[in-house]
Ligand binder design. Structure first.
Ligand SMILES: [Zn+2]
Length: 374
């Protein structure tokens, strides 16, 4: 998601044939926590995340810090009330929470604080590398000068790397609902202003009524400047949107892509061309892109040979985090530890890390698996 999608349609694609209830994964509780062995494996596993939004990653802890800087905000200040505020109820509530956090990011120091604290939450989950989707258009339109925005995120990125061991890269995305003016401004911010950590160019927001091809000139500009193309597509609309993202916008990965399951030719194309899907299971249920978790097409993607990565999208707002998404995927795909490590390696492979960075992180994952159980 990212910017809230106000015009959701129910996923109307075919359901997987006769969905089987997934086999439970190993349910061996550890001593104190009741977590399974696989949960423990996932928690310690070095991971990469490729589809996660900046404002959408603000946890109650971070929101409390931002709210303290802006006492006039209507966001609850009391920790218990804030926790309740953050308990996902429905999509309308998600939008309320999202917009209230947007309202708290008012100056460059808010941007820096949010970015660094998101990295801190990532470090706690052993996320070692993340491509974080920023929507600089929203901040700059609010009056944060473009260079101050870039300086703030770059300062946070440098500090996150040295102090937290989390490597961050940026995707600047167009908030699709804001139209071509936002597209033009986002392309300007990405190409003419730029930031050292910027690797890709995206497109979020609603899909219905926001056709992908109109954004081609802006993606052309970004790609000509060496940025990778990673639009959201096929989350709330059919497979044609994914074809458009590939053919018109040069998509190298697809955000969500859930409706690809309806098009065998598209699945074959994604598999053959190694175009990875950024799958966000809990988000897909929360937004009703997919009706139930048992019907999630993740297993169809894997069966078709499509590279899949697992991601959290807007984690605190959907009551999840990356570790939880790995646990969900583990259940859906009936994975053991080696299979879970394989998912983590998929994300490294599909990332825009350089070859040395990929080799290093893949090596960390292999070493972790080889040393398991500790
Ligand atoms: Zn998203």
């Amino acid at each position: 998601m990212g910017a809230p999608c106000l015009d959701l349609a129910a996923y109307d694609g075919p359901r997987p044939q006769a969905p089987r209830p997934p086999r439970p994964t190993q349910k061996i509780p550890t001593a104190e926590t009741g977590a399974t062995v696989l949960d423990s494996f996932i928690a310690g596993l070095p991971k990469a995340e490729l589809h996660v939004h900046h404002v959408g990653s603000a946890s109650p802890r971070i929101v409390a810090e931002l709210a303290a800087r802006h006492p006039d905000s209507p966001v609850p200040k009391d920790p218990e009330a804030l926790k309740e505020f953050f308990t996902f109820r429905d999509f309308a509530h998600f939008i309320d929470v999202y917009l209230s956090v947007v309202d708290l990011v008012r100056d460059a120091e808010d941007v820096r604080l949010l970015t660094y604290e998101v990295a801190r939450d990532m470090a706690r989950q052993n996320i070692r590398y993340a491509e974080l989707t920023l929507t600089p258009y929203s901040s700059v339109r609010r009056g944060i000068p473009d260079l101050a925005f870039m300086e703030a995120v770059e300062d946070a990125r440098t500090a996150a790397e040295s102090e937290l061991g989390v490597t961050l890269r940026w995707c600047f995305d167009i908030p699709g609902e804001a139209g071509l003016e936002a597209a033009e401004e986002t392309a300007r911010l990405a190409v003419d202003v730029g930031a050292d950590g910027l690797v890709s160019f995206g497109l979020g927001g609603p899909e219905i009524g926001v056709p992908r091809p109109q954004f081609k000139p802006y993606f052309d500009k970004a790609r000509a400047a060496g940025l990778h193309s990673v639009p959201h597509a096929g989350e709330t609309t059919g497979p044609q949107t994914i074809w458009d993202a590939i053919r018109e916008l040069g998509a190298e990965r697809i955000g969500h892509g859930t409706s690809a399951a309806r098009d065998p030719e598209l699945l074959a194309y994604l598999a053959e061309n190694r175009i990875a899907l950024e799958v966000c299971p809990t988000s897909n249920i929360a937004t009703r892109a997919v009706a139930t978790m048992e019907e999630h097409p993740l297993k169809d993607f894997v069966a078709a040979g499509v590279p899949v990565t697992v991601n959290s999208d807007d984690p605190p707002m959907f009551g999840t985090d990356l570790n939880h998404e790995y646990a969900v995927a583990t259940r859906l795909l009936d994975l053991d530890e080696a299979g879970v490590a394989g998912l983590a390696k998929n994300a490294v492979e599909a990332s825009f890390l350089d070859a040395a960075g990929k080799a290093r992180l893949t090596g960390e994952i292999d070493d972790y698996l080889a040393a398991w159980p500790r």
